[in-house]
Write a protein that binds this ligand. Structure first.
Ligand code: ADP
Length: 616
Protein backbone atom coordinates (compact mmCIF):
# COMPACT_ATOMS: atom_id res chain seq x y z
CA UNK A 1 0.00 0.00 0.00
CA UNK A 2 1.52 3.39 -0.96
CA UNK A 3 2.42 5.71 1.86
CA UNK A 4 0.59 8.96 2.49
CA UNK A 5 3.47 10.92 1.04
CA UNK A 6 3.47 8.84 -2.11
CA UNK A 7 -0.21 9.52 -2.66
CA UNK A 8 0.29 13.29 -2.61
CA UNK A 9 0.65 14.50 -6.16
CA UNK A 10 0.85 18.29 -6.28
CA UNK A 11 1.56 20.97 -8.83
CA UNK A 12 4.14 23.59 -7.76
CA UNK A 13 1.31 26.12 -7.29
CA UNK A 14 -0.69 23.78 -5.07
CA UNK A 15 2.48 22.86 -3.26
CA UNK A 16 3.07 26.53 -2.50
CA UNK A 17 -0.50 26.95 -1.31
CA UNK A 18 -0.16 23.86 0.89
CA UNK A 19 3.13 25.10 2.32
CA UNK A 20 1.65 28.50 3.08
CA UNK A 21 -1.45 26.89 4.59
CA UNK A 22 0.59 24.68 6.87
CA UNK A 23 2.78 27.63 7.79
CA UNK A 24 -0.23 29.73 8.62
CA UNK A 25 -1.57 26.94 10.82
CA UNK A 26 1.80 26.17 12.33
CA UNK A 27 2.71 29.80 12.95
CA UNK A 28 -0.44 31.89 13.13
CA UNK A 29 -2.23 29.70 15.66
CA UNK A 30 0.67 29.49 18.10
CA UNK A 31 1.31 33.19 17.50
CA UNK A 32 -2.25 34.09 18.41
CA UNK A 33 -2.08 31.82 21.46
CA UNK A 34 1.26 33.33 22.41
CA UNK A 35 -0.05 36.86 22.01
CA UNK A 36 -3.08 36.06 24.09
CA UNK A 37 -1.10 34.46 26.89
CA UNK A 38 1.47 37.29 26.71
CA UNK A 39 -1.34 39.79 27.19
CA UNK A 40 -2.64 37.85 30.16
CA UNK A 41 0.80 37.63 31.69
CA UNK A 42 1.41 41.31 31.10
CA UNK A 43 -1.86 42.31 32.72
CA UNK A 44 -1.09 40.18 35.73
CA UNK A 45 2.50 41.39 35.88
CA UNK A 46 1.50 45.01 35.68
CA UNK A 47 -0.92 44.46 38.57
CA UNK A 48 1.77 42.68 40.58
CA UNK A 49 4.29 45.31 39.67
CA UNK A 50 1.98 48.07 40.87
CA UNK A 51 1.44 46.23 44.15
CA UNK A 52 5.18 45.66 44.54
CA UNK A 53 6.00 49.25 43.78
CA UNK A 54 3.28 50.50 46.10
CA UNK A 55 4.67 48.33 48.86
CA UNK A 56 8.19 49.46 48.17
CA UNK A 57 7.20 53.11 48.07
CA UNK A 58 5.16 52.76 51.23
CA UNK A 59 8.14 51.20 52.98
CA UNK A 60 10.39 53.98 51.80
CA UNK A 61 7.88 56.57 52.91
CA UNK A 62 7.54 54.90 56.29
CA UNK A 63 11.31 55.02 56.71
CA UNK A 64 11.33 58.70 55.75
CA UNK A 65 8.41 59.42 58.14
CA UNK A 66 10.33 57.77 60.92
CA UNK A 67 13.32 59.91 60.13
CA UNK A 68 11.15 63.00 60.27
CA UNK A 69 9.69 61.94 63.63
CA UNK A 70 13.22 61.48 64.96
CA UNK A 71 14.21 64.86 63.64
CA UNK A 72 11.24 66.47 65.40
CA UNK A 73 12.29 64.78 68.63
CA UNK A 74 15.83 66.02 68.11
CA UNK A 75 14.55 69.54 67.49
CA UNK A 76 12.89 69.55 70.89
CA UNK A 77 16.15 69.00 72.77
CA UNK A 78 18.47 71.97 73.13
CA UNK A 79 21.74 71.63 71.30
CA UNK A 80 24.76 70.84 73.51
CA UNK A 81 25.79 74.51 73.30
CA UNK A 82 22.33 75.63 74.31
CA UNK A 83 22.45 73.23 77.23
CA UNK A 84 25.87 74.34 78.50
CA UNK A 85 25.79 78.07 77.71
CA UNK A 86 22.53 78.83 79.39
CA UNK A 87 22.93 82.47 80.43
CA UNK A 88 21.42 83.71 83.66
CA UNK A 89 18.08 85.44 83.30
CA UNK A 90 14.97 84.55 81.41
CA UNK A 91 15.31 87.23 78.74
CA UNK A 92 18.91 86.30 77.87
CA UNK A 93 17.93 82.68 77.68
CA UNK A 94 15.12 83.59 75.31
CA UNK A 95 17.53 85.49 73.09
CA UNK A 96 20.07 82.68 73.20
CA UNK A 97 17.59 79.99 72.19
CA UNK A 98 16.12 82.19 69.52
CA UNK A 99 19.58 82.76 68.16
CA UNK A 100 19.83 79.11 67.12
CA UNK A 101 17.31 80.04 64.40
CA UNK A 102 15.73 76.61 64.34
CA UNK A 103 12.29 77.80 65.47
CA UNK A 104 10.09 80.77 64.74
CA UNK A 105 9.95 81.53 68.43
CA UNK A 106 10.50 80.05 71.85
CA UNK A 107 8.71 80.36 75.15
CA UNK A 108 10.73 80.22 78.38
CA UNK A 109 8.65 78.61 81.12
CA UNK A 110 8.81 78.53 84.89
CA UNK A 111 8.90 75.33 86.91
CA UNK A 112 5.13 75.02 86.76
CA UNK A 113 5.14 75.34 83.05
CA UNK A 114 3.86 78.93 82.86
CA UNK A 115 5.39 81.28 80.28
CA UNK A 116 7.99 83.67 81.68
CA UNK A 117 9.03 85.22 78.42
CA UNK A 118 7.43 86.25 76.15
CA UNK A 119 4.47 86.61 78.47
CA UNK A 120 1.78 89.13 79.28
CA UNK A 121 3.04 91.88 81.60
CA UNK A 122 0.88 90.78 84.51
CA UNK A 123 2.63 87.42 84.53
CA UNK A 124 5.88 89.22 85.32
CA UNK A 125 4.31 91.69 87.80
CA UNK A 126 2.87 88.82 89.77
CA UNK A 127 6.35 87.60 90.53
CA UNK A 128 7.56 91.03 91.67
CA UNK A 129 5.52 92.06 94.74
CA UNK A 130 8.35 94.21 96.19
CA UNK A 131 8.08 96.77 93.42
CA UNK A 132 4.56 97.74 94.39
CA UNK A 133 5.64 100.03 97.27
CA UNK A 134 8.10 101.88 95.06
CA UNK A 135 5.41 102.25 92.43
CA UNK A 136 3.01 103.93 94.86
CA UNK A 137 5.73 106.36 95.84
CA UNK A 138 6.51 107.14 92.24
CA UNK A 139 2.96 107.62 91.21
CA UNK A 140 2.54 110.29 93.86
CA UNK A 141 5.63 112.06 92.60
CA UNK A 142 4.52 111.83 89.02
CA UNK A 143 1.08 113.29 89.83
CA UNK A 144 2.72 116.22 91.42
CA UNK A 145 5.20 117.17 88.70
CA UNK A 146 3.27 116.21 85.62
CA UNK A 147 0.52 118.75 86.16
CA UNK A 148 2.76 121.73 85.33
CA UNK A 149 5.14 120.89 82.45
CA UNK A 150 4.75 117.24 81.36
CA UNK A 151 8.09 116.79 79.59
CA UNK A 152 10.03 118.37 82.39
CA UNK A 153 7.98 116.41 84.90
CA UNK A 154 8.78 113.09 83.22
CA UNK A 155 12.46 113.94 82.99
CA UNK A 156 12.59 114.91 86.59
CA UNK A 157 10.80 111.74 87.62
CA UNK A 158 13.34 109.78 85.69
CA UNK A 159 16.17 111.54 87.45
CA UNK A 160 14.60 110.80 90.83
CA UNK A 161 14.15 107.14 89.93
CA UNK A 162 17.81 106.95 88.96
CA UNK A 163 18.91 108.67 92.16
CA UNK A 164 16.73 106.36 94.21
CA UNK A 165 18.00 103.31 92.22
CA UNK A 166 14.46 102.42 91.27
CA UNK A 167 15.26 101.45 87.69
CA UNK A 168 13.53 98.08 88.17
CA UNK A 169 10.24 99.64 89.26
CA UNK A 170 7.12 98.39 87.52
CA UNK A 171 3.54 99.48 87.14
CA UNK A 172 0.81 97.36 88.64
CA UNK A 173 0.38 95.57 85.35
CA UNK A 174 4.09 94.70 85.34
CA UNK A 175 5.46 97.24 82.86
CA UNK A 176 8.84 98.81 83.62
CA UNK A 177 8.29 102.39 84.61
CA UNK A 178 11.57 103.92 83.42
CA UNK A 179 11.19 103.14 79.69
CA UNK A 180 7.52 104.14 79.79
CA UNK A 181 8.45 107.50 81.28
CA UNK A 182 11.23 107.93 78.77
CA UNK A 183 8.80 107.49 75.91
CA UNK A 184 6.28 109.80 77.65
CA UNK A 185 9.00 112.47 77.96
CA UNK A 186 10.13 112.01 74.36
CA UNK A 187 6.61 112.28 73.02
CA UNK A 188 6.27 115.65 74.80
CA UNK A 189 9.71 116.94 73.81
CA UNK A 190 10.79 118.86 70.82
CA UNK A 191 13.63 117.02 69.01
CA UNK A 192 15.77 120.08 69.61
CA UNK A 193 15.46 119.64 73.39
CA UNK A 194 18.92 119.20 74.95
CA UNK A 195 17.88 115.91 76.61
CA UNK A 196 16.03 114.52 73.62
CA UNK A 197 18.92 112.52 72.16
CA UNK A 198 20.14 111.07 75.43
CA UNK A 199 16.60 110.07 76.40
CA UNK A 200 16.09 108.43 72.99
CA UNK A 201 19.37 106.48 73.29
CA UNK A 202 18.50 105.37 76.78
CA UNK A 203 15.07 104.15 75.63
CA UNK A 204 16.63 102.27 72.71
CA UNK A 205 19.07 100.60 75.12
CA UNK A 206 16.26 99.60 77.41
CA UNK A 207 14.28 98.11 74.57
CA UNK A 208 17.28 96.08 73.42
CA UNK A 209 18.08 94.92 76.92
CA UNK A 210 16.94 91.42 77.83
CA UNK A 211 18.65 91.20 81.20
CA UNK A 212 16.86 91.71 84.47
CA UNK A 213 14.77 93.64 85.20
CA UNK A 214 13.14 92.10 82.16
CA UNK A 215 10.86 94.27 80.10
CA UNK A 216 7.57 92.47 79.34
CA UNK A 217 7.28 91.45 75.69
CA UNK A 218 4.11 93.52 75.19
CA UNK A 219 5.81 96.68 76.47
CA UNK A 220 8.91 95.96 74.38
CA UNK A 221 6.86 95.51 71.24
CA UNK A 222 4.93 98.68 71.90
CA UNK A 223 8.07 100.77 72.54
CA UNK A 224 9.87 99.28 69.56
CA UNK A 225 6.96 100.38 67.45
CA UNK A 226 7.21 103.90 68.90
CA UNK A 227 10.96 104.03 68.33
CA UNK A 228 10.41 103.02 64.73
CA UNK A 229 8.04 105.94 64.35
CA UNK A 230 10.91 108.29 65.26
CA UNK A 231 13.33 106.53 62.96
CA UNK A 232 15.07 103.98 65.25
CA UNK A 233 14.83 100.40 64.00
CA UNK A 234 15.38 97.27 66.07
CA UNK A 235 16.10 93.63 65.06
CA UNK A 236 13.04 92.50 63.05
CA UNK A 237 13.45 88.74 63.65
CA UNK A 238 13.39 89.08 67.42
CA UNK A 239 10.38 91.37 67.17
CA UNK A 240 8.53 88.85 65.04
CA UNK A 241 9.46 86.01 67.43
CA UNK A 242 8.30 87.98 70.39
CA UNK A 243 5.01 88.82 68.74
CA UNK A 244 4.43 85.13 67.98
CA UNK A 245 5.56 84.06 71.46
CA UNK A 246 3.32 86.59 73.11
CA UNK A 247 0.30 85.47 71.08
CA UNK A 248 1.00 81.84 72.02
CA UNK A 249 1.57 82.71 75.70
CA UNK A 250 -1.85 84.32 76.11
CA UNK A 251 -3.88 81.11 76.11
CA UNK A 252 -0.97 78.80 76.76
CA UNK A 253 -1.00 75.31 78.16
CA UNK A 254 2.26 73.43 78.32
CA UNK A 255 2.36 70.35 76.02
CA UNK A 256 2.26 67.10 77.94
CA UNK A 257 4.91 65.15 76.12
CA UNK A 258 8.28 66.44 74.99
CA UNK A 259 9.35 65.84 71.39
CA UNK A 260 5.82 65.81 69.98
CA UNK A 261 4.34 68.66 68.00
CA UNK A 262 1.14 70.06 69.46
CA UNK A 263 -1.02 72.70 67.87
CA UNK A 264 -0.88 76.06 69.69
CA UNK A 265 -4.25 76.95 71.14
CA UNK A 266 -6.35 79.53 69.33
CA UNK A 267 -3.69 79.88 66.62
CA UNK A 268 -3.76 78.88 63.02
CA UNK A 269 -0.81 76.87 61.71
CA UNK A 270 1.46 77.29 64.75
CA UNK A 271 2.91 74.24 66.45
CA UNK A 272 4.52 73.88 69.86
CA UNK A 273 7.35 71.55 70.76
CA UNK A 274 8.26 71.07 74.39
CA UNK A 275 11.89 70.54 75.40
CA UNK A 276 12.58 67.38 77.41
CA UNK A 277 13.15 69.16 80.74
CA UNK A 278 10.05 71.27 80.19
CA UNK A 279 11.41 74.81 80.64
CA UNK A 280 11.24 75.79 76.98
CA UNK A 281 8.63 75.40 74.28
CA UNK A 282 9.61 75.95 70.68
CA UNK A 283 7.10 77.54 68.37
CA UNK A 284 6.99 76.69 64.70
CA UNK A 285 4.90 77.95 61.87
CA UNK A 286 3.79 75.15 59.52
CA UNK A 287 5.70 76.67 56.64
CA UNK A 288 8.95 76.53 58.58
CA UNK A 289 8.33 72.94 59.64
CA UNK A 290 7.76 72.01 56.06
CA UNK A 291 10.94 73.78 54.93
CA UNK A 292 12.85 72.12 57.73
CA UNK A 293 11.59 68.58 57.33
CA UNK A 294 10.72 68.16 53.65
CA UNK A 295 14.34 68.28 52.45
CA UNK A 296 15.09 65.53 54.94
CA UNK A 297 12.52 63.25 53.29
CA UNK A 298 13.66 64.34 49.85
CA UNK A 299 17.23 63.46 50.75
CA UNK A 300 16.39 59.99 51.96
CA UNK A 301 14.25 59.28 48.85
CA UNK A 302 16.15 61.31 46.30
CA UNK A 303 18.34 58.47 45.05
CA UNK A 304 15.19 56.82 43.70
CA UNK A 305 14.21 60.05 41.94
CA UNK A 306 10.99 60.67 43.84
CA UNK A 307 9.53 63.95 44.95
CA UNK A 308 7.80 63.92 48.31
CA UNK A 309 5.74 66.54 50.04
CA UNK A 310 4.66 67.09 53.61
CA UNK A 311 0.93 67.66 53.63
CA UNK A 312 -1.91 68.03 56.05
CA UNK A 313 -4.03 64.85 56.09
CA UNK A 314 -7.36 65.93 54.64
CA UNK A 315 -10.24 65.39 56.98
CA UNK A 316 -12.88 62.74 56.33
CA UNK A 317 -10.98 60.63 53.79
CA UNK A 318 -9.60 57.74 55.74
CA UNK A 319 -9.34 55.46 52.66
CA UNK A 320 -7.38 57.31 50.04
CA UNK A 321 -5.68 56.23 46.90
CA UNK A 322 -2.07 57.02 46.31
CA UNK A 323 0.99 56.55 48.36
CA UNK A 324 1.38 58.40 51.63
CA UNK A 325 2.55 57.70 55.13
CA UNK A 326 1.46 59.63 58.24
CA UNK A 327 4.25 61.09 60.33
CA UNK A 328 2.44 59.69 63.32
CA UNK A 329 2.22 61.14 66.83
CA UNK A 330 5.34 63.27 66.32
CA UNK A 331 3.28 65.52 64.06
CA UNK A 332 -0.38 64.57 64.25
CA UNK A 333 -2.52 65.23 61.19
CA UNK A 334 0.41 65.43 58.78
CA UNK A 335 1.73 62.95 56.29
CA UNK A 336 4.44 62.39 53.78
CA UNK A 337 3.07 62.02 50.29
CA UNK A 338 4.86 60.63 47.25
CA UNK A 339 4.51 62.48 44.02
CA UNK A 340 2.26 60.07 42.13
CA UNK A 341 3.31 61.07 38.63
CA UNK A 342 6.89 60.03 39.22
CA UNK A 343 5.89 56.72 40.75
CA UNK A 344 3.38 56.10 37.94
CA UNK A 345 5.97 56.94 35.35
CA UNK A 346 8.34 54.48 36.91
CA UNK A 347 5.73 51.73 36.98
CA UNK A 348 4.73 52.47 33.39
CA UNK A 349 8.35 52.23 32.32
CA UNK A 350 8.81 48.95 34.13
CA UNK A 351 5.63 47.60 32.51
CA UNK A 352 6.78 48.79 29.10
CA UNK A 353 10.12 47.07 29.60
CA UNK A 354 8.34 43.84 30.55
CA UNK A 355 6.01 44.14 27.55
CA UNK A 356 8.92 44.67 25.20
CA UNK A 357 10.67 41.66 26.61
CA UNK A 358 7.58 39.51 26.14
CA UNK A 359 7.03 40.86 22.66
CA UNK A 360 10.60 40.11 21.68
CA UNK A 361 10.29 36.60 23.07
CA UNK A 362 7.04 36.13 21.16
CA UNK A 363 8.52 37.46 17.92
CA UNK A 364 11.59 35.24 18.33
CA UNK A 365 9.38 32.23 19.01
CA UNK A 366 7.23 33.01 15.96
CA UNK A 367 10.20 33.57 13.69
CA UNK A 368 11.84 30.39 14.95
CA UNK A 369 8.55 28.53 14.58
CA UNK A 370 8.14 29.82 11.01
CA UNK A 371 11.64 28.85 10.02
CA UNK A 372 11.43 25.42 11.59
CA UNK A 373 7.88 24.92 10.28
CA UNK A 374 8.93 26.00 6.78
CA UNK A 375 11.92 23.68 6.82
CA UNK A 376 9.80 20.79 8.06
CA UNK A 377 7.14 21.34 5.39
CA UNK A 378 9.77 21.62 2.69
CA UNK A 379 11.48 18.49 3.87
CA UNK A 380 8.18 16.66 4.01
CA UNK A 381 7.24 17.73 0.50
CA UNK A 382 10.66 16.84 -0.85
CA UNK A 383 10.34 13.45 0.73
CA UNK A 384 6.85 13.07 -0.62
CA UNK A 385 7.99 14.12 -4.08
CA UNK A 386 10.92 11.76 -4.25
CA UNK A 387 8.78 8.88 -2.96
CA UNK A 388 6.18 9.82 -5.54
CA UNK A 389 8.76 9.93 -8.32
CA UNK A 390 10.17 6.57 -7.35
CA UNK A 391 6.75 5.03 -7.15
CA UNK A 392 5.58 6.46 -10.48
CA UNK A 393 8.82 5.50 -12.10
CA UNK A 394 8.69 1.89 -10.97
CA UNK A 395 5.08 1.39 -11.97
CA UNK A 396 5.73 3.00 -15.33
CA UNK A 397 8.83 0.98 -16.00
CA UNK A 398 7.11 -2.26 -15.21
CA UNK A 399 3.99 -1.34 -17.17
CA UNK A 400 5.79 0.05 -20.21
CA UNK A 401 8.19 -2.85 -20.43
CA UNK A 402 5.60 -5.54 -19.93
CA UNK A 403 3.49 -4.64 -23.01
CA UNK A 404 6.19 -4.93 -25.69
CA UNK A 405 7.81 -7.89 -23.97
CA UNK A 406 4.48 -9.75 -23.85
CA UNK A 407 3.73 -9.14 -27.51
CA UNK A 408 7.29 -10.16 -28.51
CA UNK A 409 7.00 -13.36 -26.44
CA UNK A 410 3.64 -14.24 -27.99
CA UNK A 411 4.94 -13.69 -31.54
CA UNK A 412 8.08 -15.69 -30.86
CA UNK A 413 6.01 -18.49 -29.25
CA UNK A 414 3.67 -18.63 -32.20
CA UNK A 415 6.56 -18.75 -34.71
CA UNK A 416 8.44 -21.33 -32.67
CA UNK A 417 5.35 -23.53 -32.26
CA UNK A 418 4.59 -23.61 -36.00
CA UNK A 419 6.46 -26.51 -37.70
CA UNK A 420 5.76 -25.03 -41.22
CA UNK A 421 5.82 -21.25 -40.76
CA UNK A 422 4.33 -19.18 -43.51
CA UNK A 423 7.21 -17.01 -44.86
CA UNK A 424 4.93 -14.02 -45.33
CA UNK A 425 3.57 -14.24 -41.76
CA UNK A 426 7.06 -14.84 -40.41
CA UNK A 427 8.29 -11.66 -42.10
CA UNK A 428 5.33 -9.73 -40.76
CA UNK A 429 5.92 -11.03 -37.19
CA UNK A 430 9.62 -10.30 -37.36
CA UNK A 431 8.78 -6.73 -38.47
CA UNK A 432 6.55 -6.27 -35.41
CA UNK A 433 9.20 -7.78 -33.15
CA UNK A 434 11.80 -5.37 -34.55
CA UNK A 435 9.50 -2.35 -33.95
CA UNK A 436 8.72 -3.45 -30.38
CA UNK A 437 12.39 -4.00 -29.87
CA UNK A 438 13.12 -0.49 -31.09
CA UNK A 439 10.46 0.93 -28.80
CA UNK A 440 11.88 -1.00 -25.86
CA UNK A 441 15.35 0.38 -26.56
CA UNK A 442 13.97 3.92 -26.69
CA UNK A 443 12.12 3.39 -23.40
CA UNK A 444 15.18 1.99 -21.72
CA UNK A 445 17.24 4.91 -23.10
CA UNK A 446 14.69 7.39 -21.74
CA UNK A 447 14.64 5.70 -18.34
CA UNK A 448 18.40 5.70 -18.13
CA UNK A 449 18.70 9.34 -19.19
CA UNK A 450 15.96 10.33 -16.75
CA UNK A 451 17.61 8.41 -13.95
CA UNK A 452 20.94 10.09 -14.68
CA UNK A 453 19.32 13.54 -14.75
CA UNK A 454 17.49 12.92 -11.46
CA UNK A 455 20.62 11.75 -9.73
CA UNK A 456 22.60 14.65 -11.14
CA UNK A 457 24.86 12.19 -12.96
CA UNK A 458 24.22 13.43 -16.47
CA UNK A 459 27.54 14.30 -18.12
CA UNK A 460 28.02 16.39 -21.23
CA UNK A 461 30.96 16.56 -23.54
CA UNK A 462 30.66 20.00 -25.11
CA UNK A 463 32.27 20.49 -28.47
CA UNK A 464 32.14 23.26 -31.02
CA UNK A 465 29.92 21.76 -33.67
CA UNK A 466 28.02 22.82 -36.75
CA UNK A 467 24.26 22.89 -36.09
CA UNK A 468 23.69 20.80 -39.23
CA UNK A 469 25.59 17.98 -37.56
CA UNK A 470 23.00 17.84 -34.73
CA UNK A 471 20.08 17.99 -37.14
CA UNK A 472 21.58 15.26 -39.34
CA UNK A 473 22.22 12.96 -36.37
CA UNK A 474 18.58 13.31 -35.30
CA UNK A 475 17.21 12.86 -38.80
CA UNK A 476 19.40 9.78 -39.32
CA UNK A 477 17.85 8.22 -36.28
CA UNK A 478 14.23 8.72 -37.26
CA UNK A 479 14.36 8.62 -41.06
CA UNK A 480 13.53 4.91 -41.43
CA UNK A 481 10.58 5.16 -39.06
CA UNK A 482 9.28 8.31 -40.75
CA UNK A 483 9.58 6.73 -44.24
CA UNK A 484 6.10 5.33 -44.15
CA UNK A 485 3.13 6.12 -46.30
CA UNK A 486 1.17 9.16 -45.04
CA UNK A 487 4.19 10.82 -43.48
CA UNK A 488 5.52 13.93 -45.15
CA UNK A 489 8.82 14.65 -43.39
CA UNK A 490 10.81 17.62 -44.57
CA UNK A 491 14.05 19.21 -43.43
CA UNK A 492 15.07 22.82 -44.02
CA UNK A 493 18.47 24.08 -42.99
CA UNK A 494 19.71 27.65 -43.52
CA UNK A 495 23.11 27.91 -45.21
CA UNK A 496 26.26 29.11 -43.43
CA UNK A 497 25.11 28.60 -39.88
CA UNK A 498 27.67 29.52 -37.17
CA UNK A 499 28.79 26.76 -34.82
CA UNK A 500 27.46 26.11 -31.34
CA UNK A 501 28.82 24.54 -28.15
CA UNK A 502 27.00 21.25 -27.80
CA UNK A 503 27.15 17.66 -26.70
CA UNK A 504 26.10 16.06 -29.98
CA UNK A 505 24.51 12.83 -28.64
CA UNK A 506 22.50 14.69 -25.97
CA UNK A 507 21.27 17.55 -28.12
CA UNK A 508 20.36 15.18 -30.97
CA UNK A 509 18.47 13.01 -28.42
CA UNK A 510 16.47 16.12 -27.48
CA UNK A 511 15.70 16.73 -31.14
CA UNK A 512 14.77 13.05 -31.68
CA UNK A 513 12.32 13.25 -28.77
CA UNK A 514 10.64 16.28 -30.36
CA UNK A 515 10.50 14.56 -33.79
CA UNK A 516 9.07 11.38 -32.31
CA UNK A 517 6.42 13.35 -30.43
CA UNK A 518 5.51 15.10 -33.68
CA UNK A 519 5.13 11.67 -35.30
CA UNK A 520 3.30 10.19 -32.32
CA UNK A 521 0.78 12.95 -31.83
CA UNK A 522 -0.11 13.44 -35.55
CA UNK A 523 -2.90 11.71 -37.39
CA UNK A 524 -2.56 9.35 -40.38
CA UNK A 525 -1.67 12.24 -42.70
CA UNK A 526 1.45 13.54 -41.00
CA UNK A 527 3.32 16.65 -42.06
CA UNK A 528 6.48 17.10 -40.09
CA UNK A 529 9.02 19.85 -40.68
CA UNK A 530 12.45 20.24 -39.06
CA UNK A 531 14.08 23.64 -39.58
CA UNK A 532 17.53 24.72 -38.49
CA UNK A 533 17.93 28.50 -38.64
CA UNK A 534 19.71 31.39 -37.05
CA UNK A 535 17.67 33.70 -34.85
CA UNK A 536 19.56 36.67 -33.45
CA UNK A 537 22.25 35.15 -31.23
CA UNK A 538 20.77 31.65 -31.27
CA UNK A 539 20.54 28.63 -33.47
CA UNK A 540 16.93 27.55 -33.54
CA UNK A 541 15.96 23.88 -34.11
CA UNK A 542 12.20 23.88 -34.68
CA UNK A 543 9.92 20.86 -35.13
CA UNK A 544 6.51 21.68 -36.61
CA UNK A 545 3.70 19.17 -36.98
CA UNK A 546 0.04 19.10 -37.94
CA UNK A 547 -0.88 16.92 -34.97
CA UNK A 548 -3.52 17.06 -32.28
CA UNK A 549 -1.89 19.93 -30.38
CA UNK A 550 -2.96 20.90 -26.87
CA UNK A 551 -4.52 23.79 -25.01
CA UNK A 552 -2.36 26.60 -23.52
CA UNK A 553 -2.93 25.48 -19.93
CA UNK A 554 -0.72 22.43 -20.61
CA UNK A 555 2.10 24.53 -22.03
CA UNK A 556 4.12 24.73 -18.81
CA UNK A 557 3.22 21.39 -17.36
CA UNK A 558 4.13 19.16 -20.32
CA UNK A 559 7.76 19.59 -19.27
CA UNK A 560 7.13 18.11 -15.84
CA UNK A 561 8.20 14.54 -15.35
CA UNK A 562 5.48 11.94 -16.05
CA UNK A 563 3.06 14.62 -17.18
CA UNK A 564 0.86 13.61 -20.09
CA UNK A 565 -2.05 15.44 -21.68
CA UNK A 566 -5.12 13.28 -21.20
CA UNK A 567 -6.64 12.04 -24.45
CA UNK A 568 -3.88 13.24 -26.74
CA UNK A 569 -2.34 11.02 -29.34
CA UNK A 570 -4.93 8.25 -29.62
CA UNK A 571 -3.53 6.28 -26.71
CA UNK A 572 -0.05 6.40 -28.13
CA UNK A 573 2.56 4.89 -25.92
CA UNK A 574 4.56 7.23 -23.73
CA UNK A 575 5.55 7.76 -20.17
CA UNK A 576 5.69 11.55 -19.95
CA UNK A 577 9.49 11.72 -19.76
CA UNK A 578 10.44 12.86 -23.27
CA UNK A 579 9.91 16.61 -22.87
CA UNK A 580 11.31 16.60 -19.34
CA UNK A 581 14.53 15.14 -20.73
CA UNK A 582 14.53 17.66 -23.62
CA UNK A 583 14.21 20.56 -21.19
CA UNK A 584 17.01 19.31 -18.95
CA UNK A 585 19.35 18.86 -21.91
CA UNK A 586 18.52 22.28 -23.37
CA UNK A 587 19.07 23.98 -20.02
CA UNK A 588 22.43 22.21 -19.69
CA UNK A 589 23.29 23.90 -23.03
CA UNK A 590 22.23 27.27 -21.55
CA UNK A 591 19.42 27.31 -24.08
CA UNK A 592 15.65 27.56 -23.88
CA UNK A 593 12.65 25.84 -25.35
CA UNK A 594 9.56 27.48 -26.83
CA UNK A 595 6.18 25.87 -27.44
CA UNK A 596 3.34 26.93 -29.61
CA UNK A 597 0.34 24.68 -30.04
CA UNK A 598 -3.21 24.87 -31.30
CA UNK A 599 -5.54 22.01 -30.47
CA UNK A 600 -6.52 20.17 -33.68
CA UNK A 601 -4.02 22.07 -35.85
CA UNK A 602 -0.59 21.17 -34.67
CA UNK A 603 2.36 22.21 -32.55
CA UNK A 604 5.70 23.89 -32.87
CA UNK A 605 8.56 23.11 -30.45
CA UNK A 606 11.68 25.26 -30.84
CA UNK A 607 15.05 24.69 -29.15
CA UNK A 608 17.26 27.81 -28.93
CA UNK A 609 20.98 27.26 -28.36
CA UNK A 610 23.29 30.28 -28.08
CA UNK A 611 25.83 30.64 -30.90
CA UNK A 612 29.45 30.18 -29.79
CA UNK A 613 31.10 33.60 -29.68
CA UNK A 614 33.88 33.79 -32.30
CA UNK A 615 37.46 33.44 -31.01
CA UNK A 616 39.10 36.82 -30.44
P1 ADP B 1 5.18 11.18 -23.73
O1 ADP B 1 5.27 11.54 -25.17
O2 ADP B 1 5.97 9.98 -23.42
O3 ADP B 1 3.79 11.14 -23.23
P2 ADP B 1 6.44 13.68 -23.41
O4 ADP B 1 7.11 14.27 -22.23
O5 ADP B 1 7.28 13.55 -24.61
O6 ADP B 1 5.86 12.32 -22.96
O7 ADP B 1 5.23 14.54 -23.73
C1 ADP B 1 4.37 14.99 -22.71
C2 ADP B 1 2.98 15.24 -23.25
O8 ADP B 1 3.01 16.42 -24.08
C3 ADP B 1 2.51 14.17 -24.13
O9 ADP B 1 1.87 13.16 -23.38
C4 ADP B 1 1.56 14.87 -25.03
O10 ADP B 1 0.29 14.93 -24.46
C5 ADP B 1 2.10 16.26 -25.16
N1 ADP B 1 2.84 16.44 -26.44
C6 ADP B 1 4.17 16.40 -26.59
N2 ADP B 1 4.52 16.67 -27.87
C7 ADP B 1 3.38 16.89 -28.52
C8 ADP B 1 3.05 17.21 -29.89
N3 ADP B 1 4.01 17.36 -30.81
N4 ADP B 1 1.75 17.37 -30.22
C9 ADP B 1 0.80 17.23 -29.27
N5 ADP B 1 1.04 16.94 -27.97
C10 ADP B 1 2.29 16.75 -27.62
Amino acid sequence: MPSLASRIRLSPRNELILTLGILVLAVALPAVALMWSTRQILDRESRNLRVDYDRLHRLQLQAASLEIANRIRALASPTPEEATNTPPGVGRRFLELLGSGKADSVLILDEQGRPLYPAPAWAISASRPDDDAALKQLMALWEEVATNAPAEGYLQTLRVLKAEKLGAARTLSGRLIVPSLEWAALSMMDPGHPEYRSTLDSLDRHVRDYSDPLMPAGQRLFLRDRLRSVGIDGPASAEEAERLGLAAAISFRRPEIPGILERARDMESVWMLRSPEGTAVWLFREERLRQLLEPLAQRSLAPQGYTVALERIPKGTPERNGIQSPIGEAWPGWELRLDGTQADLEIQQAIRRQALLHLLTAVCAIVLGSVLGGLAVRRFLQQARSTQVRHDFLSLVSHELRTPLTSVRMLVDSLAGDPNPDPERTRQYLGIIARENQRLSRLVDDFLTFSRIERGRMTYDFQTVAPEEIAEAAVGSVRTRFSVPGCDFRIETSPDLPPIEADVPSLSTALINLLENAFKYSGPEKRILLTTTRQNGDICFAVVDNGCGFTPDHRERIFERFYRVQGSGQGSAGVGLGLHIVKSIVEAHRGRIEVDSTPGHGSRFAIHIPITPPNP
